[in-house]
Each structure stands twice: as C-alpha cells, then as structure tokens.
Design a protein around this ligand. Sequence first.
Ligand code: FE2
Length: 468
Amino acid sequence: MPNPPPPRPSLVVAAAVVALLLAATLCHGGKTSLFVRKVEKTIDMPLDADVFAVPPGYNAPQQVHITQGDLLGEALIVSWVTVDEPGSSKVIYWKENSSQKKTAQGKASTYSYFNYTSGHIHHTTIRNLEHGTKYYYEVGIGHTVRQFWFVAPPEVGPDVPYTFGLIGDLGQSYDSNRTLAHYEMNPQKGQTVLFVGDLSYADNYPNHDNNRWDTWGRFVERSTAYQPWIWTAGNHELDFDPEIGETKPFKPFTHRYRTPFKASNSTAPLWYSIKRGPAHIIVLSSYSAYGKYTPQYKWLEAEFPKVNRAETPWLIVMMHSPWYNSYNYHYMEGESMRVMYETWFVQNKVDVVFAGHVHAYERSERVSNIAYNVVNGMCTPEIDQSAPVYITIGDGGNLEGLATNMTKPQPKYSAYREASFGHAIFDIKNRTHAYYSWHRNQDGYAVEADRHWFYNRYYNAAEEPSIV
Ligand SMILES: [Fe+2]
C-alpha cells in the first residue's frame, strides 16, 4: 500500500495554531515558579527606623488610617492615636476647591494589655460623602494639626471601574516596607486596599509588646491615611495569651481598627460586608466560630441572598486562612470552614476569594470540592466554572519569613505558585471583565509576575484563558 501523502504545510501550520490556541485557552495551570530570589533573613525594622518616626509637635496625631464607614461608601471612619493627652476627636473635612468646612465628632478610648497602656485611640465617622469627590481632612484639632486627603468611591453600580490593591500578612520588616513601596509605586494605582489579615505581628514579641502595634500604625500611615484599607482579622490579631492574663481575643485589633459591621447587620466587627463601586465584598473571620447556628454562619446565610449582581456584579470574599493551599504550611487549616461554606460560594458564584496566612503566593484554578458525602468518597477538587478562583496573598513580608516548602507534585487545582514577597492588584474594568496581576518585590514596579483575566461569574461564566 502506498504511503499517504504528507500533510500540506498550510494544514500543519493550521493544526499547530489550533493546538497552541487550545493550550493557551484550555490548559489547567500547574505552574510552580522557578524564580530564584536572593536568600536573606527577613527581619523587623528597628524601633528608630525612619518609617516609625513619631510626627513632630505636641500631641500630634499618629497612626492615621481610614476605612469604609457604611454599606455603600458614603461614610468613612477616620482613626488616629494621640499620646500626650486625649485632645480632640474632631475631624474637619472639606471638598477639594471648596471653602465650606465641615466637622465630625468622634470618640477616643484607651486599652491596657499586660503591662502596656495604649495612647488615646480616636475613631470618627464622616458621613454623606459625595461620590468620586476628593476631600481633605484634618485631625489633631487644638494642638498639632495634620492634614490628609482621600477620594470618595464612585456610586455603587455595575459598570464603574474600580481598582483594589491586595496585601496580606504585612508585618513591619524591611521586606514589608518593600511590599508597601511597590504597592504605592505600582502604575496601576490601587484605590482601596483589601487587607487579608495579620497586621503588625506584635504578638511575636515578648508579652505581645503592643508598642509594635504603634510602630506598625506609623509605618503604614503613608498609605492608610490616604485610601481605605478594608480589614480582615488574622491569627496575629487574636493576642490571646492566658499566661499573661490576656483572655479577651482581638483586644488590640478591635480597639485600633474599626469596621462598619453594623451596616451589614453583623453582630461582630470581625465579619461584615461592604459594597464599593462594582463590588460586593464579604469579609469572614477564620478565627471566630463558623459552624452551623453560630452568629457568623447565620449572618453569612442571610448575607448571600442580599447580593444583587445587577448592582454589584463582582462578588469578592476575604478571609485569612486559605481553603486551597498547596504549601506545607498551615496545610488544611482552612478545611473545616471550606466544608461549612464552599457549597454556598459555588451556588452564589463567588468570583474570587482572597486569603493570606501562608507567606507566599498562589492562584488556583476555578475548582470546587462539594460532592462529598460520608459514603460516596468523592473528595477531589474538580474544575467548576461556578466556583471562585482562590488566591493566597499572604506574601506581605513579615518577620516570620517566606513559606518555601511546597507539596509535590503540584495539585491540579493550583494554577500558579511562587514563594516570593509581593502584592496584587484586582482591576475591575466593567461588569464582565477584571484584570488581575501579582507583583513580586524583586521586580520593577510595573512588572507582572502573574496575571489573569477574570470573567465575571454572573455575566460571563465562560472558562477564562490562561495567560501565564
Ligand atoms: Fe496568619
């Protein structure tokens, strides 16, 4: 029998193109980065580091930070600390190019932790902000006045672009400072930080030296005073230490960092939701009870039906302990919460889940693992276009160092993983598309070490192309 004729070159090229396209669009990740970084110990900056400097002037406000103050972004909570005396809890604020100044009144309190007593911690809520408007504000009225500014978010709606920054497990090391600098210098300007927990790591010091909560507040002020950081509680916020008589979990964190939990009918500041621009953001607490009948469970059960994708197409969930984590650190710590809530996440087509805790970076495929019951043995994550992408962004750079040890082989659900410090940007373009990028600290500010086009799960639940 004669040999069949060789395929025509044009057919070969066409077949190769199709194969490449298929590989580009349908392959399921599984990349462990081979990026090699300089190995050096991650150490905290000393107390006399310039980023910890106390602002000059008698009773000068320090540790200024802002966060959303209501459900819709028309209010803002301004917080700061004064150390010499209580001073004033007033905030004076005005619109750019307006001479009409307004005043908001808040409250101050202190707390004690073992042998430490805090400064006067002020929280003042500014209300009735005009969307998309730049405001200036002043704190420290009476003695040393300090001035800052912020931009109120656009009105909640499906097609308003909005850019979120993502930072987790930051701490106060030299690497933490690099992460924050890279976030600030990233040309894709983040407008609000979604912070996935573990702030100061003060609890790594003897008796949880709360002076390290103060240094952290001063370190991050250069960002937190100018744009809202949305807070998630991590395990380093627990500060639970019965040996020194400290048995009230989250005491320093809840005194210092406020959340607008009542606006979303939550009964505790550790789990809540906000709407911001085109996003509905749900914040969960990995370290509060989440089993059936608990307050967090009941709240989340009531929360999902309130999500209106016609108004806020993007459904984002933040938590500290990741559900899908293929590092050999904190392995399976998020598993029990996953068992409780994953079905809801898939049913409600959550777009993305951001977590921290593991000090490295990982992005998952869209997977779910909700078929298991006690007899069927079906306990393998499977590709599911109704499931979220899970991103671990606990790579802020704290003193505990990088998580470098990974499970091998890389699980199929893991699309990309790399043990480097960095931050990420979630840039919502419209109701159907968001561009996500991860930026490692060793690179130039504009370099994207990982990227992904998100298709909105409600409006376009198609499989997203892999562009790694
Ligand atoms: Fe953690």
